[in-house]
Ligand binder design. Sequence first.
Ligand code: MD6
Ligand code: FE
Length: 217
Amino acid sequence: MTRSLFDEPPAPYAAPEPIAPGAVLLRGFALGEAEALLQAARQVIAAAPLRHLMTPGGRVMSVGMSNCGALGWTSSRTGYRYEKTDPLSGQPWPPMPACFADLAARAAAEAGFEGFAPDACLINRYQPGVRLSLHQDRDESDLSAPIVSVSLGLPAVFWFGGLQRGDRPARLRLAHGDVAVWGGASRLAFHGVAPLADGEHARLGRQRINLTFRRAG
Ligand code: MD6
Ligand code: FE
């Protein structure tokens, strides 16, 4: 696969960029290991396919989702929850690949959260036009742990708001290899993803893959 002349070159990782208290952006932090992450993600998805979950309100989510690790996030008419097994197969979620857990722990430490040991990784797939509306991540029992979010493929505009739904969100561009870490005073900040702009990513084509690591149980 070739890079377009007009793609920007991948920036090497420099330093954490503060977003809000407890929230930082590590631009390019995962670039050097993106290929290993994608290979591992492909294996997870082969065992636990991406699916479009139903919200409690009865809408089908446009983001395709799967999980790996001891716990997986799911949604249905009866609510949002973490499950030990994949409802599609009845089997445990695929184990978390070592390269996933390792990257998440290093990114958390870089952001000031030592000892992060995720037990859940949600894999999100966005195709052009797909969005994730403003929400809080609050289904985890341990809110002292941060969340680590890895972006791969097409760039997205991430909305990062405050603790009230009505707070006007900042708009952050998340590109291939960027890692965001949210914890502390920002752990319950409202956030979302703007409709994905169409494009062609050299490695992933017309999609964005996001890996979100949590301490859920
Ligand atoms: C996404 N991310 O970037 C969706 N949640 O595709 C999230 O919903 C998210 O990136 C909590 C913390 C970081 C995130
Ligand atoms: Fe979220």
